[in-house]
Each structure stands twice: as C-alpha cells, then as structure tokens.
Design a protein around this ligand. Structure first.
Ligand code: ADP
Ligand code: MG
Length: 290
C-alpha cells in the first residue's frame, strides 16, 4: 500500500462522511466475505413505535398500557420508549424492585403483584400461558412486529405490537453488497420469526436471531472460525465488543460513543449504504497500489 494511495483513499472517504481510522482497515475492507448488520438502529431507524394493542378478554387496552408503562418508565430500552409514548396521558402506578431481564424484558412489583413485560422467553420463564392470544402473537411476529407481552401475577393482560421502520437505503445496501459477492447477515436480540420477516423484506440471507447482547461478539468469532473475514456494522453500546472482534468494524455515526470508539470505520451520515461506498473506495485504493 503506497502511503499516497492511502491518503487519497481516506481523504476521499472523509469527504463523503466515511472515516477510516487506520490504513489497515482500508486494506482489510477489500477482503470481507460477510458483513453482519445489527438490526435495530442500523438496518432500521431505531425508533420503534406501537402499531397495535391487543387486550386479553376481561382487560382493556388502557389497562395493558397502564401496567406496562409502570414497568417501562424504569427502562431505557428503545421498546420501553415506544410503550411510554403510547401510554402518554395515562396515569401510571408506582413500581418497586425494577429489574432488567437481559435479552428478555423487565419486571417489577406494581400494586402488590409481579408484572413482567417482554418477549416469549420472559413469559415461558414465568410460566405465563398465552391462551387465546397465542395465535395473535404468532400473526404479529409473522408480520415483522416485535411483540411485548404484558403479564401480571402470572396472567397475560395483553400484547403490544411494535414496529421499527427499515432505513430507506437498507434494501439497496443489501442488494449492492450481494451483487459484489459479499454475504449479508442480520444480528438481533429480537425473536427468530420477527427477524426472518424483516430479513426477507430487506433481502438478507443470513439471520442470527435471539442473540443476547453479550453473545454478539461470539457470533462474529463463530464465522471467523469458519475461515470467513467478517465486517460488522452497529450502533449500540452492546455492539462494541462485536465491532472490535470483527476484521473491520463499522459504526453508525449517530450511534453511541462506545460503538464509535470500537470501530475501524465511522459512517458519519448514519446511512448503511455508505458501507458499499467504503468497500468501493477500499477496492479502488488497493487497485492503485498494485
Ligand atoms: P435488541 O435491542 O436487538 O432487541 P435486546 O437484547 O435489548 O436486543 O432485547 C431482546 C428482546 O428482549 C427484545 O427484542 C424484546 O423482545 C425484549 N425486551 C428487552 N427489554 C425489553 C423491555 N424493556 N420491554 C419489553 N421488551 C424488552
Ligand atoms: Mg442496535
């Protein structure tokens, strides 16, 4: 790699908001076999919204929101913010003993009963039967919704269906990478059904779902152990170890400081399509060197 070509390459990137932090990344980027995208905040906008509320028989939608809101008021999860936005105007009761359940949801005591909000795993742990709402939950997941179950005292009060719109360029990004012979994977803590539907919409071939935050880097390692060179694109605090583990880590510029520090390349415009630009630039730079 001639220093001049690298300077021109990194300079051109910077002009387009693609910041290569080191010359090594420019060279490594030409060799990637697979690129893993974090789902929430990377392929999607990361601004989930409640799109449907389903109360169990004997309950109302407002009661579901009131009970769920009491828990989510204590959480910083993006799904919690979506629930709170929808619960705006409803008076929320106090919650004590709040606890996050990593990769599953959250719980607390509300009005003398244990309330658990979260995914199917959280319900299974509490032995909450979905009953009549089981089919509804499956339908919602099949439509690509993230389903937040709300249970009190071991009984399901209802479901909150949440959607996070794909970034406008997500589909084109996946298509362009695949056209260049790079495989594309999507990594998420969300459930398999929801993840598969979104992957299908975006043309993503490999789905890594139900991954706990602490296991993201492990998924990168697994692919590397198969002899693949792995790029990772993410935005969140819990993406940082995976960004470090990857052969090339790309951070979304609007993401967390930790993600940005852990990455080799920063996409200042927060546009996943800039990964395609980064690869094109690295390939062009490397050609000039030989
Ligand atoms: P991700 O950010 O990729 O969704 P997480 O590990 O943060 O991954 O969460 C995994 C799953 O756990 C979420 O998709 C959701 O179903 C559930 N979950 C986590 N935290 C909450 C919460 N505060 N409220 C509702 N559900 C939650
Ligand atoms: Mg994310």
């Amino acid at each position: 790699a001639t220093p001049m070509a690298v300077m021109v390459g990194t300079g051109l990137g910077a002009m387009h908001g693609i910041l290569f932090k080191n010359a090594g990344a420019l060279e490594e980027a030409t060799k990637l076999d697979v690129i893993i995208f974090d789902k929430t905040g990377t392929l999607t906008m990361g601004q989930p919204k409640v799109v449907e509320l389903v109360a169990a028989p004997d309950y109302t939608e407002d009661e579901v929101l009131r009970v769920a809101g009491a828990i989510e008021r204590n959480s910083e999860h993006p799904l919690a913010l979506a629930v709170l936005e929808r619960a705006d105007g409803i008076t929320l009761p106090a919650a004590t003993g709040f606890a996050n359940r990593e990769g599953r949801g959250a719980s607390a005591e509300v009005e003398g009963a244990t309330v658990v909000v979260g995914n199917r795993l959280a319900m299974d742990e509490e032995k909450v039967a979905l009953g009549a709402l089981e089919a509804t939950a499956e339908r919602l997941k099949g439509a690509g919704r993230t389903v937040v179950h709300v249970a009190r005292g071991g009984e399901l009060l209802g479901l909150i269906a949440i959607a996070d719109a794909p970034r406008p360029s997500a589909r084109a990004t996946v298509a362009a990478l695949r056209a260049r012979g790079v495989k594309v994977a999507m990594l998420t803590g969300d459930n398999e059904g929801t993840a598969r539907r979104i992957a299908q919409e975006l043309g993503v071939e490999i789905v890594l779902a139900d991954v706990l935050p602490g296991d993201k880097a492990g998924k990168v390692k697994e692919l590397q152990a198969q002899g693949q060179r792995v790029g990772m694109v993410g935005d969140g605090v819990n993406d940082a170890p995976a960004l470090t583990q990857a052969d090339v880590g790309f951070a979304i510029g609007a993401g967390t400081d930790v993600a940005i520090e852990s990455a080799d390349v920063v996409l200042m415009r927060s546009d996943p399509y800039d990964v395609v630009g980064a690869l094109a630039l690295s390939r062009a730079t490397l050609r000039k060197m030989h």
